[in-house]
Design a protein around this ligand. Structure first.
Ligand code: BEZ
Length: 249
């Protein structure tokens, strides 16, 4: 079993771009005046706040108590909840999710749980890592894991589906898919690869003794430099997003 712990300030500093790049997803969600919206994996609530500003009654849900506290500090109701088993029934007009679903490794449970939370005709509007997302980082993490005596296959914490796979799963859970697109999005890392790894690679490093964690991350960074660092020392992550809109029938 692997887990990721979150620190709201650390996330803001090294991954604040995640919410900035998620704002086109708000446009896909569309006008929300008076609607009940769940933000699944609300994180520190940056996009949740924007949904609220558009006039929705929004509730945040996140597996991390610290992230839920950060959302509530913005004056938004939020709950600690597991996306695989949400505690809601026919409660929302839409479920919104940005950059969270790929952390939930039992996708069919998540989709059934989202379907239960929606009213009939409700929409699921989401963006997540898609097939090929952070492929270079994954290869480097697997190589370093083998070198450091970790079982990479057992630790692998992410689910990055193709459009065809996710469409099949959505339909099996009772949704009709309106749109589903794979979007390559090379993403500059403002504070570099090592900080990105420190922010997101917890499920790998937590299995190492404390004094082996930085050497592990530096080894990963070293493998990635020829591919993802430019001549000026700037890093770009090979993000690929999967964005979809589905309606509960
Ligand atoms: C992503 O948002 O694509 C991502 C986040 C953390 C780890 C891997 C990928």
């Amino acid at each position: 079993m692997t887990s990721q712990t979150w620190n709201a300030e650390n996330y803001r500093q090294h991954a604040g771009f995640v919410a900035v790049l998620g704002s086109p997803l708000l446009d896909l969600l569309g006008p929300v005046d008076g609607q009940d919206i769940l933000d699944l994996g609300c994180g520190d609530g940056v996009l949740t706040e924007q949904i609220q500003a558009r006039g929705a009654r929004v509730v945040g849900a996140d597996g991390s108590p610290e992230m839920v506290a950060a959302t509530m500090a913005k004056g938004i109701p939020a709950e600690v909840a597991d996306g695989h088993a949400l505690p809601f029934e026919r409660r929302f007009d839409a479920v919104f999710s940005n950059a969270a679903l790929h952390w939930m490794t039992r996708p069919d449970d998540v989709l059934r749980s989202v379907a239960r939370a929606l009213r009939p005709g409700g929409r699921f509007v989401a963006e997540m890592g898609g097939a090929g997302n952070v492929a270079a980082e994954i290869v480097a993490l697997h190589v370093a894991a083998a070198e450091f005596g970790l079982d990479a296959r057992a630790l692998h914490p992410w689910y990055f589906p193709s459009p065809a796979e996710q469409k099949d799963r959505l339909e099996a859970a009772g949704f009709t898919v309106r749109s589903i697109d794979l979007i390559p999005r090379p993403t500059p890392l403002p504070t570099g690869m090592l900080n990105w790894l420190r922010t997101f690679a917890g499920p790998w490093t937590e299995h190492l003794p404390a004094d082996r964690r930085e050497p592990f991350l530096e080894r990963v960074e070293g493998m990635l430099a020829p591919a993802l660092r430019d001549g000026r020392g700037h890093w770009t992550a090979d993000y690929v997003r999967l964005r979809f809109e589905a309606v509960l029938v």
